[in-house]
Design a protein around this ligand. Sequence first.
Ligand SMILES: [Zn+2]
Length: 64
Amino acid sequence: MKKPIYYTCQNQSCGTRWESTEVVVVNEGQGPLFRCPICGARNALAAREEGGVTVYRQRRTTGS
Ligand SMILES: [Zn+2]
């Protein structure tokens, strides 16, 4: 069984949580990201190899 991966839209006024299967991961030249289907915000992801499969983890922006 695969553990679902969740992403949270980093747009503070949106903040919608998505399962990884609900969004489309694209690479526009600055690394993988997904666009929130609701607000269109770009959310950076980090690609990682896990058991021969590429999985995308959310990259949290640690702005204060
Ligand atoms: Zn959003």
